[in-house]
Design a binder for this molecule. Structure first.
Ligand code: GLU
Length: 529
């Protein structure tokens, strides 16, 4: 604001000579950019306000922008919209960018990466907004407003009393240059408002179709520069989309009604607007709005709890629309190739978080099956095991890469998160269970014999590639040697001795995971006792 005030003198002159009237820009929102080939300037941006950490709703908006950009060989820009200084959350801006990297949808241009149209934080672009505002004031498309908060409050109360929608009465539109100069000289607090003319053109939203809104009939002239000298969202957004050469604006449907206002600004500047596509709302399963206060939606919490980025991307696109089909287990490349903006529907999408474990199970299995990503999982699981069991671990072997990898290969498709493998149900994989003699006797009096027979079988263990089914039939064949113990009881007994549990994976799989040496150790404890 100081800057504006300092420039005010020269503006006055220009204001006097500036012709009244607006330069008319291209009105129609073009679909043509959609067909853009690689490198033809398709540019999308994700513009989060760092008033909180990224949640699934924000991730979805970022993802659709990323997918759209990549589908058309374009660029994906991250722009931090931090003009509301009173609501900033420390660390949120950096965290949002880190989350995008983690999710596998990194921006091509951003505060951390930089780029040709930076800076990418609105708080670092203030001069640009002031210059743009100067242009608008010169064109008589914006004006100083000195109305006090008290006056605005009275207007609001009066409108409510008359059962009308409160709106600014545009009083300061009519101030003379002399009045403006006097008030500025007195140091009166002020804002700059955009002169919102009647005559907004209809525009075609790529999702919602033709929109006819006349913002001037429902609201007063909007503030574009606040008393603290910062721009409001509306101005900063338009100025940045123009200067950053954004070709398509893809954002939440809550901004659909602001778009006509933005288009009036484009017209006032004489700029071509980008194409607009608004995404339907993403709601909780019960139809309520997603809130930044819902900790279970925060990406950083979901990540800490073992949910994979692929699963998050899959669930937010599955609950929405915009793809040729909806099938579970899609990875990013498939999302990009199957995306079709014309398939985005206007009805709200419901996010069913209860399904998230299932999405994660599928993607975790895919990761385990992929040799390169499996190594990373092995490292992560080793860290989880060391943290959970520390000194109790079976003589160090439990942390061996081969062992951990084998466990993962056997359990893929059964676990929903890596963390499941350090839960009590799976503790037998890492520490030897304590089994009371009486527990064994309750199951079978032939326990020692069962153990000896199985130990003998293990001595002829064929090789590492034996399958659970093959081992299982070997075990079944052993049962003939026992007169008083049924096959099912024999299995229960072995399960108890090996894991201390009554339920879990098949005994054959347990044995294959633990390996012959460890299985023998556990069985021999029974024989020796
Ligand atoms: N800063 C706005 C938000 O966080 C972005 C809106 C837009 O994309 O135009 O919702």
């Amino acid at each position: 604001m100081l800057l504006l005030a300092a420039r005010h003198r020269s503006w006055q002159l220009r204001l006097q000579i500036a012709p009244f009237g607006l330069i008319v820009g291209r009105e129609a929102v073009l679909r043509s950019g959609l067909c853009g080939e690689a490198g033809t300037g398709v540019r999308l941006r994700f513009g989060p306000s760092p008033t909180g950490f990224l949640h699934l709703g924000g991730l979805r908006t970022a993802l659709y922008n990323y997918i759209f950009a990549k589908k058309h060989g374009g660029s994906f820009v991250l722009r931090i919209e931090d003009t509301d200084q009173s609501r900033l959350v420390p660390g949120a801006a950096e965290s949002i960018e880190n989350v995008l990297e983690w999710a596998g949808i990194p921006p091509d241009e951003s505060p951390q990466r930089g780029g040709p149209y930076g800076p990418y934080k609105q708080s670092e672009r203030l001069d640009l907004y002031l210059k743009a505002t100067e242009t608008l004031v010169m064109k008589n498309a914006a004006y100083y407003c000195f109305c006090s908060p008290q006056r605005l409050e009275i207007l609001k109360k009066e409108a409510l009393r008359m059962r009308q929608t409160p709106k600014y009465d545009n009083r300061c539109r009519h101030l003379t240059l002399k009045q403006i100069e006097e008030r500025l000289a007195q140091g009166c607090p002020h804002v700059i408002r955009f002169r919102m003319e009647e005559g907004a053109q209809p525009f075609e939203d790529l999702v919602y179709g033709v929109n006819r809104l006349e913002p001037a009939s429902v609201e007063g002239d909007p503030v574009i520069i606040k008393a603290d000298g910062f721009p409001t969202y509306h101005l900063a957004n338009v100025v940045d989309d123009h200067h950053m050469k954004i070709s398509h604006v893809l954002r939440g449907t809550e901004w659909l009604t602001s778009t006509s206002k933005h288009l009036l600004m484009y017209r006032a500047f004489g700029w071509d607007p980008p194409a607009f596509a608004h995404l339907p709302l993403l709601l909780n399963k019960d139809g309520s709005k997603l809130s930044k206060r819902q900790g279970n939606l925060l990406i950083q919490n979901l990540s800490q709890n073992g949910f994979l980025p692929e699963a998050l991307l899959d669930i937010v696109t599955n609950s929405g629309s915009g793809f040729s089909g909806n099938r579970l287990g899609r990875i990013l490349e498939e999302l990009v190739s199957e995306f079709d903006v014309t398939k985005i529907t206007t009805h709200s999408a419901l996010l069913d978080l209860d399904k998230l474990p299932e999405f994660n199970r599928i993607h975790l299995r895919q990761r385990v099956e992929d040799v390169s990503s499996r190594q990373q999982l092995v490292t992560e699981l080793q860290a989880l095991v060391a943290k959970a069991f520390g000194d109790e671990l079976i003589d160090g072997e439990a942390l061996c890469t081969d062992y951990v990898e084998r466990v993962l290969l056997h359990r893929k498709g059964h676990i929903t998160r890596l963390q499941d493998l350090v839960s009590p149900a799976y503790s037998y994989l890492w520490i030897r269970p304590v089994v009371l003699r009486q527990q064994m006797l309750n199951l079978s009096t032939e326990g020692e014999k069962i153990c000896s027979v199985v130990v003998r079988l293990l001595q002829t263990w064929p090789n590492d590639s034996v399958t659970p089914a093959e081992l299982n039939s070997e075990l079944r064949a052993l049962q003939a040697q026992f007169t008083g113990t049924k096959y099912s009881v024999m299995m229960k007994f072995l399960r108890l001795v090996l894991s201390g549990q009554q339920q879990g994976p098949s005994v054959a799989e347990m044995m294959l995971s633990l390996g012959p040496k460890e299985v023998c150790q556990r069985l021999q404890r029974v024989i020796i006792n």
